[in-house]
Design a protein. Structure first.
Lengths: 286, 298, 355
């Protein structure tokens, strides 16, 4: 494991950059545990101070230190993305594997549900849910809803990989070696599917963070939990751009962009490393 | 008469092609009847070109595909009555497959020996891992390999010929009475082809295993088989003792197949051209199946 | 049609010459370097108006050799040393600018490949494919071109209706015939045929082979014909080269190679061919072909060779003329065979990449 990590870091530029970005981001998120302020407390420090030695990222019109505010926002945003990705990966893996291997009527039912989820327009639905749930639409409920909506594309992808694996001859060899179906799926086929799960994990995190930021900026989320979108929402509320308080926008935007880039680079480099074909080529001379 | 090892009674398989509109039926296997005696192990060869239904037939005999009509008996048992894991396992203990492409027969990401140990664990009395290894080694010895050469290896570390022999060894572990080999030498290099085919002879003579050898290659079929059937578009056109049929084919399609076999003696290309004229004549023969053979614009 | 055997009009000028051609795959994966010597020092020539067969097993380098002489080199494959020379190009193939190299294709050098579907565009009618491939090389007007295509099909005894068909509407044999027509339309000097009949059924195979032979004779093209199937070589080729592990081990007139194989590998291949009417047990060769990323030292066949001697373990035998038009690389075949001069240090000096 450590050797794999070392190889990736040494020979894959994308991985090295993505990894370093994510270390910085995670470091900032971890700093939230040492924050001198509570995230929702306001009017603690001087208002509208530009970045300086005392307030590295400046302060906002609500009397909050933007650096410490940002540490909470990044932590919450990352945790949000992680939970959405985790739950939706479990869903897409389970549905994709069953649908692809069992086939027949089970496949048809699961895939018609799947296709329904693919065509549902997500954004209006989320806005609608916000107006229905209002204060019940907490950070965690939103994560659950998005996980419930975000599995469909990748379930289809996993299903198609499973179908092609099922028709390969080694599957028949496994059957005639007396292996049971769950065993064939988990031991013979999963190694081909897991790379997809890993790389879509990062992409799914990016997707959910992006959607959360959009909703938050528009005020359709629980704005009392500090997230990156929430910070931009409050900046808008206080017309920060008009008042020239650019740092209130700039730092949240910078860090959410860095998070996107970091996750994307990790996704593509891991994808290349875990891909069965390149794995075989590497095994050929070890 | 004793119960035959394998009996096929008017077996057909229909596939439906196309979507909701314009569904078209396609007879992959059409009313095939034959049986293989249980008295003496034999190499039974099914000859056919692409689209002749020979692979579908093999999959039906292996109980991977159910026939649309007709019944297949193995040692008196109707394959359609095999339901549930236990019954399937008892059937697989008796009938084992060898597939066409040795490079595809094993998962490229897994070690090859795993399949040998799995087979030993699931189909034999061996309980400890030492016993599994002993069973694997014994089977590998029968095909001219040893566990030492195979242990811990991934498929890409072995050659095609080695992999095909490991596949045969795996099929031998349960002690089957029949092996179904679908085009086992078509992807294997010429220098190794004979070692596989010779192995079939040994299995038949020494281990008393009957082999269903499916191929399009008449020359190896002649070399190794006891009985053959020749298939064309799902139907059996000729059957009988291998030597008799191939030396003196009766059906026009069998004659055409035989005339198309290239001789390995170099006699220059002039003969090739002459022969091809002869085969064109053969194709223009009044037999309806043969005249529609090839090539035509639809 | 009066058939004139190629041998009676033999013209000894060479259409293709390779000298000490080496093409390696060089790969890098996460810090692990790997070099596969797929073609390792092949010197041969193809004469005018002959079919030169190349036989060998999978991964013996025959496909790589074709790529090298067709200038279809893409990383990780590299030409490491040697040269390729065609009679219709003044300098070597690899000395030519890339643009001129592609201008030669189809006009002077064409291909017949195994999978006809890789050549024929599945969503274009056949006549469109003919235009895509050949129109700009023929320098003819539209009407003249169409006429020429029709005339060409007629000459090959193919029905003109196929021009309006889509590839999937034709049978596999017919598609392969269309590919042959496509490859010969510009009457190229040189045709490369890579396993052209391997995917076909035996009945069709024979007719397609006959068509290849007739077409080649009629247009006087030279051809390299690659297949692993020795019976096809016996029936089609004039001269035959046997490849093993990236090297040519024997070469001669096809009839001579079959009647008097001098390399033990060739002898074994020929002896193991089964025949209808003959049930004599045939022995099989033990062992398996070497890994080209780490080939054995000396003669690459020695680990499997029944005649291996001490010298075979250390020295690489040079391909030596032992009879008229018959070259063999085996120390056991004759004492005239000497160690190859470009042995180990030869491989060192080849590391400069030839463009």
């Amino acid at each position: 494991m450590i050797a794999v990590f070392r190889d990736l870091f040494r020979y894959n530029g994308e991985f090295a950059i993505g990894f370093m970005i994510m270390v910085i981001i995670l470091g900032i998120a971890a700093a939230s545990f040492f924050s001198p302020y509570e995230p929702i407390d306001s009017y603690l420090v001087a208002m509208d101070a530009p970045p300086s030695a005392e307030y590295v990222f400046g302060t906002n019109s609500r009397g909050q230190d933007i650096f410490w505010q940002l540490t909470f926002a990044i932590r919450n945003t990352l945790a949000f993305g992680f939970i959405v990705a985790l739950i939706s990966r479990i869903l897409s893996l389970a549905i994709g594997l069953v649908s692809g291997y069992v086939g027949g009527a089970v496949d048809r039912v699961l895939m018609s549900i799947n296709d329904t989820f693919i065509v549902i327009p997500l954004f209006p639905l989320l806005v609608l849910l916000y107006f229905v749930l209002r204060d019940d639409m907490t950070w965690f409920v939103l994560a659950l809803v998005m996980a419930g909506l975000g599995w469909a594309y990748d379930a289809r992808l996993i299903r198609s990989v499973m179908i092609s694996l099922r028709t390969r001859e080694f599957t028949n060899t496994s059957v005639f070696s007396g292996m049971s179906m769950p065993r064939i799926v988990t031991q013979e086929h999963l190694p081909y599917v897991l790379p997809i799960v890993f790389s879509t994990f990062m992409n799914n995190m990016n997707w959910s963070i992006g959607l959360e930021v959009t909703l938050a900026v528009l005020g359709f989320t629980d704005v009392d939990t500090p997230t990156i979108g929430g910070m931009i929402f409050w900046a808008n509320q206080h017309s920060a751009m008009v008042s020239g308080i650019w740092w209130w926008y700039f730092f949240p935007t910078l860090f959410v962009t860095l998070t996107f880039i970091g996750l994307f680079l990790l996704s593509i480099s891991m994808n290349e490393y875990i891909d069965p074909r390149s794995r075989l080529d590497r095994m050929g001379n070890s | 008469m004793t119960t035959p090892l394998l009996g096929l009674d008017k077996v057909s398989k229909l596939y439906k092609r196309g979507g909701l509109l314009g569904r078209e039926e396609f007879r992959a296997v059409d009313d095939v009847t034959f049986h293989i005696d249980n008295n003496e192990p034999q190499v039974f060869t099914i000859i056919g070109e692409s689209g002749s239904g020979k692979t579908t037939l093999a999959r039906m005999i292996l109980n991977m595909v159910r026939p649309t009509a007709g019944t297949i008996f193995f040692k008196g048992q109707d394959l359609a009555s095999i339901r549930g894991g236990g019954a399937r396992r008892r059937f697989m203990k008796e009938v084992q497959p060898i597939f066409q492409n040795p490079f595809e027969a094993f998962n490229p990401l897994k070690r090859v020996d795993r399949y040998l140990f799995m087979t030993a664990k699931n189909f034999t009395d061996a309980r400890s891992s030492a016993q599994h290894e002993a069973a694997a080694d014994a089977a590998l010895n029968k095909v001219g390999l040893s566990l030492g050469e195979v242990r811990g290896r991934f498929p890409h570390e072995l050659s095609g010929g080695q992999l095909q022999r490991v596949a045969i060894a795996r099929a031998l572990i349960p002690g089957p009475s029949m092996i179904v080999a679908d085009e086992p030498v078509s992807m294997v290099d010429a220098s190794l082809r004979m070692s596989i085919v010779n192995l079939f002879r040994t299995l038949r003579d020494d281990l008393k295993v009957s082999i269903i050898y499916i191929t399009h290659d008449l020359a190896t079929a002649y070399y190794v088989s006891d009985r053959i059937i020749i298939m064309r578009k799902g139907e059996v056109v000729e059957s009988g003792p291998a030597r008799t049929v191939l030396e003196n084919p009766q059906h026009s399609y069998s004659q055409l197949l035989k005339s198309a076999v290239l001789s390995p003696d170099p006699h220059g290309h002039g003969v090739l051209i002459g022969d091809s004229a002869a085969s064109q004549q053969a194709r223009a023969s009044p037999h309806p199946h043969v005249s529609s053979s090839e090539p035509q614009v639809r | 049609m009066v058939h004139i055997p190629a041998s009676s009009v033999r013209d000894s000028s060479h259409v293709l010459e390779t000298h000490d051609l080496r093409a390696y795959y060089r790969m890098k994966y996460f810090g692990i370097d790997r070099e596969v010597r797929a073609v390792d020092g092949i010197s041969m020539h193809v004469r005018k108006n002959e079919i030169y067969g190349i036989a060998g097993e999978s991964s013996c380098g025959k496909t790589t050799f074709i790529k090298a002489i067709a200038a279809a080199i893409r990383p990780p494959l590299e030409i490491v040393a040697g040269h390729v020379k065609y009679s219709f190009i003044k300098d070597g193939l690899y000395e030519l600018p890339a643009a001129e190299r592609s201008a030669i294709r189809w006009r002077h050098l064409s291909y017949i490949l195994q999978g006809s579907m890789n050549v024929l565009n599945p969503v274009r009618r056949i006549h469109k494919t003919f235009e895509d491939f050949a129109f700009r090389h023929m320098h003819l007007g539209r009407a003249e071109f169409d006429l020429e295509v029709k005339r060409h099909l007629e000459r090959l005894r193919l029905p003109a209706e196929i021009l309006h068909a889509y590839p999937h509407e034709l049978s596999g044999g017919m598609r392969q015939r269309v590919c042959i027509a496509l490859a010969t339309l510009c009457k190229p000097e040189f045709i490369i045929a890579d396993e052209p009949t391997t995917a076909l059924d035996v009945v069709v195979q024979k007719d397609v082979l006959a068509m290849i032979r007739e077409t080649q004779t009629e247009f006087g093209s030279s051809m390299i014909f690659v297949t692993h199937d020795l019976t096809v070589h016996a029936n089609v080729t004039d001269r035959l080269g046997i490849m093993y592990a990236g090297r040519l081990v024997e070469e001669g007139r096809t009839a001579d190679v079959f009647s008097n194989p001098m390399h033990p590998y060739t002898a074994h291949l020929i002896a193991s061919l089964p025949k209808i009417g003959d049930t004599q047990p045939r022995s099989a060769l033990s062992g398996s072909p070497p890994n080209l990323a780490d080939p054995p030292k000396g003669c690459r066949f020695h680990p499997r060779c029944p005649l291996a001697m001490e010298i075979c373990r250390h020295e690489n035998p040079a391909l030596t003329m032992l009879a008229e038009d018959h070259r063999v690389a085996c120390f056991a075949a004759s004492t005239k065979v000497q160690p190859s001069k470009d042995g180990e240090q030869g491989e060192m000096k080849t590391l400069e990449v030839v463009r």
